[in-house]
Design a protein around this ligand. Structure first.
Ligand code: ATP
Length: 506
């Protein structure tokens, strides 16, 4: 695995996985563009998730809801009121920070001082942050007294009181900019699932338990985007809302925890690198009955959330439904007089309408990509003493499945045959097959090791039957296949190549 974020960032830029957004105009903080290989890897991760969660189950439906949503959706979901992070300003230079990030980044003795000033145990960091948020005036004093430094200037800051900063992006809709013609870019894909609950139930005749899966962009105006694609302002999520009968929710929660861990394992992200955080009651989001955060051990960052699996009780459908008071809701919800739909489904035993409980596994595509790249990244010393970087990606995730390489690019016969082979292999539907005629063979191998191409197929003079050696005759119409991981080279007949690769790349 990678030992630092730095080496991943460098590989990603050099080989065309990830670029800074709007780079030629100085870049835009918190936005990244996925390059030629990044888009393939990202698509492969999403396809693997979709296969596992939609196609391989009998209790799931898919959805692709719109990104811009009605302001009332985000009002009744609770996001207008509570989707915020605590922010502090340094009055000396007007720099703004997310309070918990600011404190976490200080030296240990400074953090201890902050905890002491606000009267909390330094070992309970969430409690320290919570106390700072709850007592803004004291917090401002505590930060100053503890000598909290500005990460930008390095000097002790003059800190304002922490204030909540709402992270939603708001946008004007239509040609008239009056008070009501605005909407929000969704801060999570989940809300599109809840608002379509009735549509999906009515159009598919689903009964409990069943789930709806969605992959798509979400937008969060993070106060301090950082750590490469770990914390960005435009992100992508893979989310499931699994609807079940109240009382079966805890069982389903465990089911999804297991299921998600084994999915990560199948993507090359082992359980041993993921800590399961059973979020303490006092840190739970207001909608959550219980949450497991999967904390992956990222290089340089340490254990950070890659996926959250929350038991959201009947909070969401209960918040968006009409006739709330008739439905015996368990969750505490705000009154809703705007919704025109009753978000219930017949109870499987009694047939009486019930608002189901929801289990939500929510994973970030960008954070998945970072973990997958990090696990695959390998630096090794070969027998001849040379060092190579190789991405040991699972074949189903590799951006390029096979590179077909003509041994000499100035020999039209070789290039033409390589192109024919490439076209044939492309028809197999394995993913991207690349005709690699850009450099010498050594360079091509190095490049494909670094981007994780499982097999390189080389077309040489033997393939054409133009060998100078006597033994060359039986090599005609065969190619050399090189294995990324073992470096073994095998001679395979062109007529058998499709079957050979299909078996290996299953
Ligand atoms: P954090 O505490 O790290 O800000 P969160 O608890 O707000 O994350 P959720 O709201 O649970 O995150 O979102 C579900 C998933 O979406 C996360 O597990 C993560 O993979 C992804 N995600 C959330 N915010 C971001 C972001 N700013 N950049 C990249 N991925 C994100």
């Amino acid at each position: 695995p990678a030992t630092s974020m730095e080496e991943l960032v460098s590989l990603c830029k050099r080989r065309g996985f990830i670029f800074q957004g709007s780079e030629i105009y100085g870049g835009l903080q918190g936005f990244y563009d996925y390059g030629p290989l990044g888009v393939e890897l990202k698509n492969n991760i999403k396809a693997a998730w979709w296969r596992s969660n939609v196609y391989e189950r009998d209790d799931m439906e898919g959805l692709d809801a719109s990104i811009i949503m009605h302001r009332l959706v985000l009002r009744h979901s609770g996001h207008e009121a509570t989707f915020s992070d605590p922010m502090v300003d340094n009055k000396k230079n007007n720099k703004r920070y997310r309070l918990d990030h600011l404190v976490k980044d200080q030296k240990a003795d400074v953090i201890a001082r902050v905890a002491q000033e606000i009267g909390e145990d330094v070992d309970n960091f969430p409690a320290v942050v919570a106390a700072l948020v709850k007592n803004p005036a004291q917090a401002s004093q505590a930060l100053k007294a503890a000598g909290v430094r500005d990460p930008f200037s390095g000097e002790v800051g003059d800190w304002t009181e922490p204030k909540p900063f709402n992270m939603m992006f708001k946008t004007t809709i239509g040609p008239v900019a009056d008070e009501e013609s605005y909407g929000y870019l969704r801060p999570e894909t989940a809300q599109g699932i809840f608002t379509n609950f009735k549509n999906v139930v009515d159009s598919t005749s689903r009964r409990l338990p069943f789930g709806i899966a969605q992959i798509g962009k979400a937008f969060r105006n993070e106060i301090t985007p950082r750590n490469f694609i770990f914390r960005v302002r435009e992100l992508e999520q893979m989310e499931i809302e699994f609807f079940c009968t109240p009382g079966t929710d805890e069982q389903w929660h465990e089911h999804w925890l297991e299921r998600r861990l084994s999915w990560w394992e199948a993507q090359g992200v082992p359980r041993s690198k993921i800590e399961i955080l059973d979020v303490p009651k006092e840190d739970l989001a207001h909608y959550s009955k219980r949450t497991y955060d999967l904390m992956y051990d990222y290089p340089t960052l340490g254990h950070e959330e890659i996926e959250g699996i929350a038991n959201r009780s009947d909070y969401d459908l209960g918040s968006h439904t009409k006739s709330q008071s008739e439905l015996g809701l368990v969750a505490k919800v705000e009154e809703n007089s705007d919704s025109v739909a009753k978000l219930t489904i017949p109870h499987p035993d009694t047939n009486k309408p019930v608002v189901p409980f929801v289990i939500e596994p929510s994973a970030g595509v960008d954070r998945a990509m970072l973990a997958v790249l990090s696990e695959a990244f390998t630096k090794e010393t070969l027998e001849n003493g040379n060092e190579r970087i190789v991405l040991r990606l699972r074949p189903h995730l590799a951006p390029i499945k096979v590179a077909v390489i003509p041994l000499a690019r100035n020999k039209p016969e070789l290039v033409e045959l390589a192109r024919q082979i490439k076209n044939e292999l492309q028809k197999l539907g394995l993913g991207r097959i690349l005709l690699e005629d850009s450099g010498n063979i050594g360079k091509a191998y190095r490049r494909h090791d670094e981007v994780g191409t499982p097999y390189c197929v080389t077309v040489d003079f033997d393939t054409l039957g133009q060998s100078s050696e006597a033994s060359g005759e039986n090599l005609k119409d065969s190619v050399t296949v090189r294995d990324r991981d073992t470096l073994q080279q095998e001679r395979v007949a062109i007529s058998e190549l499709s079957g050979w690769l299909q078996a290996k790349l299953k």
